[in-house]
Design a protein. Structure first.
Length: 114
């Protein structure tokens, strides 16, 4: 088992004007995913996680992908990914997504440190 600092995933809460931690992933955890519903009716699927070496974390967008969610289970099938961000220790990346559960776009921050 690798004991490494996690990739921290946070959302920005407008009500408190603060970042709230929603997940921490290490190289031992399965990758996380989130979808982004676009104004034109299409959807981007993003996958994020920590490399097995623990040297960096990544955020990638699916190329021609599909995600299925049932209860607490989620499956992502894709024909490949394009890297959006490759984070080294001390780096972070922010993006906005419109999920099917949020009435407005949400700010998300990914932070990584070894």
């Amino acid at each position: 088992m690798n004991i490494m600092s996690p990739l921290r995933v946070e959302i920005y809460r407008l009500s408190s004007e603060a970042w709230q931690l929603v997940a921490e992933l290490t190289s031992d955890d399965p990758n996380g995913s989130i979808s982004d519903n676009l104004a034109d009716g299409t959807r981007n699927i993003y996958m994020f996680g920590v490399a097995q070496t623990g040297r960096n974390a990544f955020i990638a967008r699916s190329i021609f992908g599909l995600d299925v969610e049932y209860g607490s289970q989620r499956a992502v099938d894709t024909s490949g990914f394009e890297t959006i961000a490759l984070l080294k220790s001390g780096e972070s990346y922010e993006m906005e997504v419109m999920t099917d559960r949020s009435p407005a776009p949400r700010k998300i921050r990914f932070s990584y440190s070894e």
